[in-house]
Design a protein around this ligand. Structure first.
Ligand code: CTP
Length: 319
């Protein structure tokens, strides 16, 4: 059974990663990489037992009416009101309904991308998924610019757009969204309390400026379902990172998934420093217990899946 063999190898993987120093000793085949199509199908089938990405990737208009009160997914005691604006931005049907691709890129935000020259290769994929509204234009040679699907945690408003305090912050944001045209902007608005006013401001700006971007808001069950899949396969994550969520969802739509920008370590394989993000000065938060993520464990799992041909993980330069 695909699930059992997957979990056995996830546990027995001999890769070793030293989380404290960030140095890593792991087997990673580059030349020999070949897609294992039957494993890809097995993984898709098993994930479908936990979630259906077509549906769980976004709630739709008929899920709620304006004024409904819902409980936050990871903070059940707190509630959120479905506003008129939010309701008007919910899609009528899943933005990923019936969409299928031969090859997809999932682009994480690690500084490992700097100087990689991977931009062209990333842009050559049929569908490109990016995380947290990461900037692309200034880094095009290394990260590309094609963005068919992009996530945005509500905290991005504070972190990258000054909390919309000035008109120039709002303009910068509107400009960034207008570059996305009619791509999907995926906002996890129902996870934890704290970002509701940011989500409302974002919604208001999209409506006011009549932006074409197609908004999507993950279902209330998505994160538990994704965690359930990985836990069943003995990958003991506390909360899946955006990058792992995107890979898990992409298995539904993409035959071949290539990951770039996944490297949650402060040094590369030659001991050279690697920035946490390719575009800002954020530090490696997940070494503290406060972080909800276990990115090194996720990475080890993804690397094992690379070695088995289920996905392709690029951590070096693109030629
Ligand atoms: N990532 C990585 N190594 C890094 C930074 C990021 O592997 N040094 C991957 C992770 O899977 C992460 C994704 O790239 O989820 C996007 O990065 P980021 O925007 O930094 O996500 P975070 O805000 O750190 O985490 P999340 O949005 O999941 O809370």
């Amino acid at each position: 059974d695909g699930e059992i063999s997957l979990s056995r190898s996830m546990v027995n993987s001999s890769d070793k990663i030293n989380q404290k120093t960030g140095s890593s000793v792991f087997q990673h085949s580059v030349e020999r990489w070949k897609i294992n199509s039957s494993l890809v199908l097995d993984i898709r089938k098993n994930i479908l037992r936990f979630l259906d990405a077509e549906r769980d990737i976004s709630v739709v208009k008929s899920s709620f009416k304006p004024g409904d009160v819902i409980h936050y997914v990871l903070d059940r005691r707190r509630t959120l009101n479905i506003s008129q604006d939010l309701h008007s931005l919910l899609p009528e049907v899943s933005p990923m309904k019936n969409r299928r691709f031969k090859t997809c890129a999932v682009v994480g935000n690690s500084g490992i991308l700097l100087d990689s020259g991977c931009g062209k290769e990333i842009d050559n994929h049929e569908f490109v998924i990016r995380c947290n509204l990461a900037p692309v234009v200034e880094f095009a040679a290394d990260v590309g610019t094609k963005s068919d699907f992009i996530t945005m945690n509500p905290s991005v408003v504070q972190r990258a757009f000054g909390g919309f305090r000035n008109e120039s912050d709002r303009e910068k944001f509107v400009h960034r969204l207008s570059m996305l045209n009619d791509s999907v902007l995926w906002i996890p608005a129902f996870m934890v309390k704290g970002g509701e006013k940011h989500v409302e401001w974002v919604n208001a700006l999209i409506l006011k400026n009549k932006l074409k971007v197609r908004t999507a808001y993950p279902s209330l069950r998505l994160i538990h379902a994704v965690r359930g899949y990985w836990l069943t396969n003995k990958v003991f994550i506390k909360r899946p990172s955006t990058g792992l969520l995107m890979y898990t969802l992409a298995t539904r739509f993409c035959d071949e998934i290539h990951l770039y920008g996944f490297w949650p370590f402060p040094k590369d394989m030659n001991g050279k420093p690697v920035k946490y993000h390719y575009y800002d000065d954020l530090k490696y938060r997940y070494f503290s217990n406060a972080s909800p993520h276990r990115m090194p464990l996720e990475f080890k799992t993804l690397n094992m899946l690379h070695n088995r041909g289920a996905l392709k993980l690029t951590t070096g330069k693109c030629v």
